[in-house]
Design a protein around this ligand. Structure first.
Ligand code: FUC
Length: 764
């Protein structure tokens, strides 16, 4: 059970004789700033381009691998814990051994529950005639993790508590009732020292005895006990986020002093109140499940769903869980949710648990706007801003270009160079994709102050690509070079599997988006007329999204055969989702080609890949297919392992299985469910129930956001819209669509309009 406050995280395993709680602090990053740009990269660029224009992709790819990757160890091929790139790491373990009489007796009535409405967990069971209840929360207002132990008989709480970490930490006793775990991470440079960290534990048990035996904290015969954990890192000294911490140990002690002055009830109340400000904004009801299914433990319920149990409440739960996870792993001022949110038990996390910018980091934030958690998007914006300065050096050194660029990899240390291998590390439009989040935030919020802040970042990105594009000879289109279509390879005419190419479709779609967003942003801010004109000229010459002879959307500029037809990335459909250039209404041929593309790619894939496909089917308006994919997404990951099929799915705690655990699929799945209910293609359209599956005949949703500053509440019955309320923040005039119905609405700023199921206004 994951708990988090956006900075601190706790993962409870729920054992009864021993409990292990994995602790996290999202500044636990090894590595440190470095210069990973190759000084001679730009010298290789003309030759790489010449080869690409001559159709010699294999030779171009060799040159990219030799001269156009990062200098040094890069991400350590995903194993970067001890190189400068670094790895996100666990803070350590809090271990509890229950030692009271009868602690070995058989346990009955065990129940473990995570309450998404309050962000608290509870484990309860009966042992030796005593019912034990263990509650937990991770509070943002009090910067503390709190674990409470109670029993229905007096004096029954006794336990030994320890802290540990696999490396680089010392544990000391803090008299009379605490422990401290502290240390310093490896910055990956020779003799260098990295982030300092500290975690403090304190026990509160007024009716029992507390003692310290070396570094074991002992609680005996208490009626109830509270364990408090605070933690801090000093990462802010060298990175773009985190708290201003001079001395991690001192900060953890201050937090502890403040938290320990409060009772459990006070801590709980402040936490729940603050959490609900986010969580209560949206309410989703997808209809009633069979009661027998709902009472099943979650792992069994997941399996029952595969066996066709009627369980729309599971989809609603999954949606809520995604919102819960974002609130718990992304708060303003802190780091963005990484590949594991902030829940890691390893020193070397998979792929360093960094921010992968070819879909994963972005997917983490797909639900932010539409699910009414707009301010939780901020950590991603801070990451983007942190890439501008190092990214302008990379732009210079590799492409001789103005502006800034980031490639696939990003960490807290400003890494913007390409990755170690052309096959994955050379995608050159990752920074354009990041910029989509800036513009989309503006579309949702109309926040001009934000746009004024974001505009130089958008402009710098657009300038980079304006410089970087080259003309391809056949049509005179402008294309990126060199680049790749994220992680997929094509078969060259002589049978080789290659990645490096000119203008892959995703790049071109992204640049159409970026250039038009930059032009519009400049228009809103009334600046840079010349730049707008120049960008527009280039915009018009970008290679278009094309349909191949097989009727599918072409992934590359040439009609190459893909080496892996079922590849997890469906990058060439970026323009369908999260972009809007492919649309069943405005570009029906491309939409039909997108269907074929998805049919050919298949309905399976890794966790995040399935989440993307659900959203893609939602955009195509096919609710039943989206639901089928959702079902695949919720397939229990364990049974996949048994059958040795490495497809994605969902773990028993509802975490997404890439596999391994990767949180992007949770967030992508949440956003995709929202996309099935409300879509808002810019400018100013609101589509109601665009992809409602037959599996959800009755339901309602409150609080989803639409571009243009709208909030949408709607209800449906027997698969048909019953009514909708649209609230407008800024007085824009949306076109509301439902099926074949369409209505242009005027809603004054700050007011709402109610419509019936035929989109007829209801007068109050
Ligand atoms: C992308 C994906 C991989 C994995 C990694 C973290 O590169 O292609 O499947 O999710 O990110």
């Amino acid at each position: 059970m994951p708990l988090g406050n956006g900075r601190l995280g706790a993962m409870l395993f729920g054992g009864t004789s021993e409990e292990r709680i994995v602790l996290n602090e999202n500044g636990m990053w090894s590595g440190g700033p470095q210069d990973a740009d190759r000084p001679d990269a730009a010298q290789a660029l003309p030759e790489i381009r010449r080869l690409l224009l001559a159709g010699k992709n294999a030779e171009a790819e060799q040159l990219v691998n030799a001269h156009f990757t990062c200098a040094g160890a890069g991400s350590g091929k995903g194993g970067g814990a001890n190189v400068p790139y670094g790895s996100y790491q666990t803070l350590g373990n809090l271990r509890i051994k229950f030692v009271h009489d009868g602690a070995d007796a058989k346990v009955s009535d065990y129940r473990r529950e995570l309450d998404l409405a309050t962000a608290t967990s509870e484990i309860a069971y009966t042992q030796d005639g005593v019912t034990i209840t263990r509650e937990a929360l991770t509070s943002a207002p009090d910067e503390v993790m709190a674990f409470r132990f109670t029993a229905d008989k007096p004096g029954m709480i006794s336990m030994d508590v320890t802290l540990d970490r696999p490396e680089r930490a010392t544990v000391t006793a803090v008299e009379p009732d605490g422990l401290e775990l502290s240390g310093q991470l490896n910055d990956g440079h020779e003799g260098g020292t990295g982030v300092r960290f500290a975690a403090l534990l304190k026990a509160v048990a007024p009716t029992g005895q507390i003692s310290l035996d070396s570094t074991t904290l002992k609680i005996r015969d208490a009626d109830e006990a509270l364990l408090l954990v605070t933690a801090a890192t000093d990462i802010k000294k060298r990175s773009f986020a985190g708290r201003d911490v001079d001395d991690a140990s001192a900060t953890a002690a201050q937090d502890m002093a403040a938290a320990a002055a409060k009772s459990w009830d006070e801590l709980r109340q402040a936490h729940v109140e603050q959490y609900r400000k986010y969580f209560d904004r949206v309410q989703l009801d997808l209809g009633e499940s069979d009661t027998a299914v709902v009472s099943k433990p979650t792992p069994e319920r997941l399996q029952a769903f595969q066996d066709d149990a009627v369980d729309p409440e599971l989809a609603a739960l999954y949606f809520d869980f995604g919102r819960y996870l974002l609130i718990s792993s992304s708060r303003p001022g802190s780091f963005p949710a990484n590949l594991q949110g902030l829940w890691a038990e390893e020193i070397q996390t998979p792929w360093n648990s960094d921010w992968h910018l070819n879909i994963n980091a972005q997917m983490n934030y797909w639900p932010a706007e539409v699910c009414n958690l707009s301010e939780l998007h901020q950590p991603l914006f801070a990451l983007i801003e942190s890439l501008v300065e190092p990214g302008s050096r990379t732009a210079q050194k590799y492409y001789n270009a103005r502006g800034w660029v980031a490639h696939l990899l990003a960490n807290p240390w400003g890494f913007t160079s390409p990755g170690e291998s052309a096959s994955w590390g050379a995608t050159s439009t990752c920074s354009a994709w990041m910029c989509q989040h800036l513009w989309d935030h503006f579309l949702f919020t109309n926040d001009k102050k934000f746009l004024a802040w974001a505009y130089p970042i958008l402009k710098g990105s657009a300038q980079f690509y304006a410089d970087m594009l080259i003309e391809e000879p056949e049509h005179g289109w402008l294309v990126t070079a060199p680049s790749n279509s994220p992680e997929n390879s094509f078969v060259s005419p002589d049978g080789q599997h290659l990645h490096i190419c000119l203008g892959p479709t995703m790049d071109q779609q992204l640049l159409r988006y970026l250039f038009s967003a930059t032009i519009e942003a400049a228009a809103v801010l009334d600046v840079d007329q010349q730049l707008r004109d120049n960008l527009y000229k280039k915009y018009r010459r970008l290679a278009p999204t094309r349909i191949g002879s097989d009727g599918r959307v072409m992934e590359w500029l040439e009609e190459y055969e893909e080496a892996d037809p079922h590849h997890r990335h469906v990058s060439h459909l970026w323009g369908l989702y999260p972009g809007y250039e492919i649309d069943p209404e405005s570009t029906p041929e491309l939409a039909a080609a997108a269907r074929k593309t998805l049919d050919a790619r298949g309905d399976h894939g890794t966790g995040w890949s399935l989440a993307h496909k659900i959203a893609l089917w939602a955009r195509l308006g096919d609710g039943d297919r989206a639901h089928q994919l959702l079902k695949n997404h919720l397939r229990p990951a364990i049974s996949d392992r048994e059958s040795n099929q490495w497809t994605g799915g969902t773990y028993p705690n509802l975490f997404d299985a890439h596999p391994p655990f990767q949180i992007d699929g949770n967030f992508g799945g949440t956003a995709a469910i929202a996309e099935m209910l409300v879509q808002s293609p810019p400018p100013g359209e609101i589509r109601l129930l665009p992809a409602l599956p037959t599996a959800w005949p009755n339901g309602s949703v409150r609080g989803l956001r639409a571009r243009g500053g709208f909030e949408v509440d709607l209800q449906w019955q027997d698969g048909k819209l019953q009514g909708v309320t649209i609230h407008s923040d800024h007085g824009y005039e949306p076109t509301v669509k439902y099926g074949d119905l369409s209505l242009e609405l005027k809603i004054p700023a700050g007011e709402s309009v109610q419509l019936d199921g035929r989109l007829r206004p209801i007068e109050e």
